[in-house]
Design a protein around this ligand. Structure first.
Ligand code: AMP
Length: 500
């Protein structure tokens, strides 16, 4: 199947061809005709599936199929996204895909002066890509007019809810014309999402694409068992020995990310940390240097990494396992994308065996465990509780997780540097032992020498436009989501229509 067979105009086909796309991805094959038909859509798709082109291309097609008004006109398409990075990225895609059309777009987010955006809104903006908070700031200042919106896209709707944007979304919905096309994209579907979808969508077309990560055969996953206090040395050893470049490393806390980046840097491995407490300038710089290949290691927290298209990375390292198994899936999904091979390494100490068992249960497979010579661990060491936000700055009652698109859900969730007190013992006192995790097999663990000298440069070399959103509001603590995977949800839709 080709893009032109999907009914897209020559100028759109030309743009994607110039970007090197030859075949539409599954979400594009299904989504483009559905959006062109004009109805509502509910799609289960994650970043990395090509979902952005899946909605942007048919939206552009619909916009260019009627005469584009001269003069200022009104916003015709509103794309709501959870983070500044995603806003910048989606709007960049709009420009890329629409480069041979006269359609105009704007990314709107906080963390930067509102004035240039106000100025930009004086010209014609056909497609506005915005985070909810900054959009409402503009609404408050009457610098945006949403009365002409024909199509609303909620991109990464699950993340928006996680980050506490539901009230903002509802406020925005109230400002839109009742008659419009609605497209909702989400990777997972909690009851909250289903409720939102029920309230917005009318007879939506339902599309599911395979959860990229759950079946990512191309990702080689491995656990290196290691003592808690040897992790940093092991990481430095692996990076140097194997000559790794473009390594995305995940830590559990912002403070941990800072410290690790500093330490690696001192050892001659160029590293920067990216998380919600970093200034926007620092985040933008870290990202672009990482993408261009001048920065060897980017150390990130889970939330900071979301919505950022750092794709086709050769190496992702879990320096610390996440508390939520689903985050493991998100993390490793950063590698091995779009046909390229990737490697996901987890450095696991005794404290994390319970987390590892949870992850293996989630992905329904055991991750092979090895020890690296010189880094033998003591599997009988006494597990210590994992302190969420150990040594991290206390943020008593203030503004947890500011920065990542605003009403960040970092507060209270996975220990992104919040409050020292939330000690959460892991890997001890479990009613059943850590479910035979691979890492609990020290005797069978195979020593490895310097494995995998993977050394791929990132092929697409995208540069992220400066992301800019901060809204100061405090997100409610993220609940453990009753996320269900998309097929389950869609099954429910098909059979019953309404959600529970
Ligand atoms: P997305 O899921 O929209 O974030 O897209 C993930 C990546 O896939 C982006 O870097 C896109 O440029 C790329 N991409 C999207 N569609 C295609 C396609 N049909 N062929 C090749 N690459 C694509």
């Amino acid at each position: 199947m080709s893009f032109s067979a999907l009914g897209l105009a020559d100028e759109l086909v030309r743009a994607v061809t110039e970007l090197g796309y030859t075949t539409p991805t599954p979400i594009q094959q299904q989504g483009i005709p559905a959006v062109l038909a004009g109805g509502d859509l509910m799609a289960g798709a994650q970043t990395g599936t090509g979902k952005t082109a899946g909605f942007v291309l048919p939206i552009l097609q619909r916009l260019i199929s009627v005469p584009i008004p001269e003069g200022r006109g009104k916003i015709r398409v509103l794309v709501l996204v959870p983070t500044r990075e995603l806003a910048a990225q989606v709007e960049e895609s709009v420009r890329d895909y629409g480069k041979h059309t006269r359609i105009t777009s704007l990314a709107m987010f906080g963390g930067v002066s509102i004035n240039p955006q106000i100025y930009a809104m004086r010209k014609r903006v056909d497609i506005l890509v915005s985070t909810p908070g900054r959009l409402l700031d503009h609404v408050g200042q009457k610098t945006v007019d949403l009365s002409g919106v024909e199509t609303l896209v909620l991109d990464e709707a699950d993340r928006m809810l996680d980050m506490g944007f539901i009230r903002d979304i509802r406020k925005v919905l109230a400002l839109l014309p009742k008659k419009r096309q609605n497209l909702l994209f989400s990777a997972t579907f909690s009851d909250e999402i289903k409720e939102l979808a029920d309230g917005i969508l009318t007879n939506p077309a339902l599309i599911e694409v395979a959860r990229r990560n759950a079946t990512a055969e191309l990702i080689s996953q491995k656990v290196y068992t290691v003592d808690r206090d040897q992790k940093r040395q092991l990481l430095a050893h692996l990076i140097k020995e194997n000559n790794w470049h473009q390594v995305l490393v995940f830590t559990r806390t912002k403070h941990g990310a800072n410290r690790l980046a500093e330490q690696l840097d001192k050892e001659g491995i160029t590293s920067m940390a990216i998380h919600g407490n970093k200034s926007q300038g620092a985040r933008t710089r870290a990202l672009s240097e990482f993408k261009s290949g001048t920065l060897q290691v980017l150390v990130a927290t889970d939330i900071a990494a979301r919505g950022i298209d750092i794709s086709e990375l050769p190496h992702v390292v879990n320096y610390e396992l996440p508390n939520v198994p689903e985050d493991y899936v998100h993390r490793i999904g950063r590698t091995g994308r779009a046909g390229s091979e990737g490697e996901a390494i987890s450095l696991v100490c005794v404290d994390e065996l319970k987390l590892l068992a949870d992850i293996e249960r989630k992905i329904k497979r055991e991750i092979p465990a090895e020890t690296v010579p010189g880094f033998a661990w003591d599997p009988k060491a006494k597990p210590e509780p994992i302190l969420n936000g150990r040594n991290g700055p206390r943020q008593g009652g203030g503004r947890p997780g500011q920065g990542n698109g605003g009403r960040s859900g970092q507060g209270g969730r996975q220990g992104q540097g919040q409050g020292r007190g939330s000690a959460k013992p892991q890997g001890q006192g479990q009613s059943r032992p850590a479910a035979k995790p691979a890492a609990a097999k020290p005797h069978g663990a195979k020593p490895v020498a310097s494995a995998h000298a993977g050394n791929k440069a990132e092929p697409n070399g995208n540069v992220i436009t400066p992301p800019r959103e901060v809204n100061g509001n405090v997100a409610p603590p993220r609940q453990q989501r009753g996320s269900r995977n998309v097929p389950a949800l869609l099954g429910g839709h098909r059979s019953g229509g309404r959600h529970h």
